[in-house]
Design a protein around this ligand. Structure first.
Ligand SMILES: N[C@@H](CCC(=O)N[C@@H](CS)C(=O)NCC(=O)O)C(=O)O
Length: 213
């Protein structure tokens, strides 16, 4: 399978889940500023929205998925024994999907206009407050001593939250949320996360050196 990723973005969630599952991904770097890809493909032909992640599961143009939560849920659903996601159709899964949508809408997509400096002063204050409230809810969830968002084992939700942990870039003051910060440190130490960072750095560096040559 081929994963289109960008440096330091939500595509890391897909890498982490693939690593947890022991899947090999062929990585393609999309430079979101220069708009080039490490394999020379025109990315607008892959995703006209110019968003990563995109996962290609085959050679056909239809054999691809976009939308982070869809991709990571799909991979986890293919390997139910790994326990990265509850069984589809159960109430537990509905609650889990609720958490994924919460991370997508209340966290990931709230950070982006702040990071891109697209907001008025009022918009900045509003968005940062919403982000702090959202992270506080997750902090409450983690305050019962669980190691990860839904229990003591890592899940798809943890991978997604980690890959969108952008408070430093968006200026959202969340460092006082001790349970969230302790969770982040636990995630940082996971071999699946470390491997994702190494492999992302390698493909980004090789793309950049090819462009510079
Ligand atoms: N709805 C998409 C949005 C993905 C998204 O925002 N991707 C960002 C990186 S996290 C991106 O590719 N940005 C490129 C750009 O804005 O040019 C999803 O949830 O996967």
């Amino acid at each position: 399978m081929k994963l289109y990723l960008a440096d330091n973005t939500c595509s890391q969630a897909v890498q982490i889940i693939a690593n947890e599952l022991g899947l090999d991904l062929d990585l393609v770097h999309f430079d979101v500023f220069g708009k080039t890809t490490s394999n020379g493909e025109e990315f607008s032909g892959v995703n006209p929205m110019l968003y990563v992640p995109v996962l290609k599961t085959g050679d056909d143009n239809d054999d691809q998925l976009s939308e982070t939560i869809v991709i990571i849920s799909y991979l986890a659903d293919q390997h139910p024994d790994a326990g990265l996601i509850p069984t589809r159709g159960t109430f537990e899964r509905a609650k889990f999907d609720q958490l994924l949508v919460f991370i997508a809408t209340e966290i990931a997509q709230k950070h982006i206009p702040l990071m891109r400096k697209l907001l008025t002063e009022e918009g900045i204050a509003w968005s940062r407050n919403k982000l702090v409230s959202a992270y506080r809810m997750l902090d409450d969830r983690l305050s019962d001593g669980r190691r990860f968002l839904t229990g003591n084992e890592v899940s798809v939700a943890d991978a997604y939250l980690w890959a969108t942990f952008w408070h430093k870039r968006s200026g959202a003051p969340i460092e006082h949320l001790e349970h969230v910060m302790a969770w982040k440190a636990r995630m940082d130490a996971l071999p699946s996360v470390q491997k994702a960072l190494r492999e992302e750095a390698a493909i980004v560096a090789s793309h950049r050196s090819r462009l510079a040559a």
